[in-house]
Design a protein around this ligand. Structure first.
Ligand code: NAP
Length: 305
């Protein structure tokens, strides 16, 4: 067996990076594996205003600070997509999609969630060409243009506020009368003159003109009536699903979220979980950090036994 880690943390979002800080400060040999971008979803978030002690910070800035902090005490950070975790001789082997494998005594799964894709004909073809899941990354291309946002959760509304600073008009389309987002963000959205809100509608069809997105047809959920929202860009923020397909189904609930005990352990010995991918009520940066700290501290105690 090559190198043996005390803990491998899967995911370098706020939960994984906080776990890395706590684990490495407890002198655990720690490896963090990240499939996409360090900082996770945080790095695609325009502004964070509810992280205690920091009244306002860009998501990318906080992600970068967390990433640096996560490595400050010796944790190693590498990119890699986990395919499977297998038990071998009392240790765990983490297999990556590219065939590499790493050995560890324990694992913290902090793999977060992946945004749901817009389920309309041709949506895949136009992703990156008029349909975007990252306002912070792509908003620039829609300066002085009209954009539509699908969904009414925190992500949709926060990014609507960001896009309103660039686009000429932002239309938010929600399927109910009420938003899912927290009240303070809803108030800001309602007060923004560039944002209009269409309730009780769902997307029905993309409007394409000369190979470009020209709008989206939306359907009234009560009457079935169709109307068109003209826009050059569509930003779907219709929720997210947990990235847990590499885990044994016995640790998951029916929606794929990981079931944890208060110490963040799962039903499999030595496997812990933290952050947005676990069963919980409140998915925020601060609660992800909380989970990561608990998971790493619990592992430190577990390894001492
Ligand atoms: P979310 O809270 O699940 O909201 C998804 C939105 O999309 C809802 O308005 C939902 O409508 C709508 N929707 C879902 N499926 C749809 C469909 N097929 N067609 C049209 N609309 C659809 O997702 P999120 O905003 O991505 O947030 C995910 C989690 O991260 C949440 O727990 C959130 O609180 C957290 N988060 C927190 C922050 C922060 O605190 N700063 C920022 C971003 C995210 P219904 O309401 O009718 O179901």
């Amino acid at each position: 067996m090559n190198e043996l880690y005390d803990v491998i943390i899967i995911g370098a979002g706020p939960a994984g990076l906080t776990a890395a800080i706590y684990a490495s400060r407890a002198n655990l040999k720690t490896l963090v594996l990240e499939a996409e971008v360090n900082g996770g979803k945080l790095s695609k978030t325009h502004q964070i205003e509810n992280y205690p002690g920091i009244a306002s910070i860009s998501g990318l800035e906080l992600a970068m600070q967390l990433s640096e902090h996560g490595q400050k005490f010796g944790a190693k950070l590498m990119s890699g997509t986990v395919d499977k975790i297998i038990e071998s001789d009392g240790y765990k082997t983490v297999l990556l999609a590219d065939g590499q494998e790493y050995h560890t005594k324990t694992v913290i799964v902090a793999s977060g969630t992946k945004e749901r894709m817009l389920d309309l004909p041709h949506a895949g073809e136009y992703t990156g060409k008029g349909i975007s899941y990252c306002a912070v990354c792509d908003g620039f291309f829609y300066r002085n243009k009209k954009v539509a946002i699908i969904g009414g959760g925190n992500s949709a509304l926060e990014e609507a506020l960001y896009l309103a600073s660039l686009a000429s008009e932002v239309t938010i389309i929600i399927r109910r009368d009420v938003f899912r987002a927290e009240a303070s963000i809803v108030d800001k959205v309602r007060a923004n003159e560039k944002i209009r809100i269409i309730t009780r509608h769902i997307p029905d069809e993309l409007v394409i003109d000369s190979g470009r997105i020209a709008g989206v047809k939306i359907r009234n959920v009560d009457t079935g009536e169709i109307r068109t929202v003209e826009c050059s860009g569509i930003f779907p923020y219709i929720g997210a699903d947990p990235c847990t397909s590499f885990l044994d189904p016995s640790v998951l609930d029916s929606n794929g979220y990981i079931i944890v005990n208060p110490d963040m352990s799962t039903s499999i010995k030595g496997i812990y979980a933290a952050g947005d991918c676990i069963v919980k009520d409140l998915r925020q940066v601060v609660t992800a950090c909380n989970d990561g700290a608990i998971a790493a501290s619990s592992i430190s105690r577990y390894l001492k036994k």
